[in-house]
Design a protein around this ligand. Sequence first.
Ligand code: ZN
Length: 282
Amino acid sequence: MTVKFILRLKKLKKISFLLLLLPSIVLASIPVQNTPIPGGIAVIDFESNNEKPTAFYNNIPLYVQHIKDQHWQVLVGIPLMEKLGKKSIKVQDSLARSFDFEVTEHNYTEQYITLKGKKKKYVNPNLAHMDRINKERPILSNARKIFSNNTVSDGLFTRPVNGVTTSPFGLKRFYNKQPRRPHTGLDYAGDIGTPIKAPADGKVILSGKYFFNGNAVFLDHGQGLISVYIHMNKRLVKQGQHIKQGDLIGTIGQTGRATGPHLHWGIYLNQTVINPNLLICK
Ligand code: ZN
């Protein structure tokens, strides 16, 4: 081989390396569809010359992504209990602006669940259980309030489990005929021990065992985008660990308030639980 040829090869390698990097620069965003319903995501586009504009809804920081050139996008998680009608977000770059959006109606179906025997404690917990629940509550809610500069993998999320979904997001739930919070996630049925894989890059911000959630793992994907995995049999990651899309994080179980083995998968955006289906490929 001549020196000239080797040099040319090196140059080619450099170019293909750059080409490999290019898609991540252009597509460093999640292609979410505008779904401005309770439990949905409002997608708001705006222009900015700023390097890192910020946005807020009810003073809570929002997920802001760069699309192309001056084109930016805000993803706003809408609470399941949000009143319908006109809402507005604040965008802050060199100037302060506000953008309006409209929350429209969506009717989620009702579900009645009966818990018997030992599982009854999850409907009417006793004093000792209440003590534990009250101790765990701030740990769980503080984890959901984390707003970091971590970044997710490009594109949509992958499914954490290759199973069928048994309970959709947003179901209005009644436990032993008593109204409780609506279903705040997506349930995947599966045998105990079925692997659960990270749907996107992230950092483990919580890994522990809790009264209602059982064995649970929380992943931070950056800018207030957090995914949670509950009722697990085994947790296979530790707090502080960085993980890649597709990494094994645990297995399906039925720990905590679960009537059978399944994964409850929840997604939070701006401290608001939203439909995980909005972030994955259809
Ligand atoms: Zn669930």
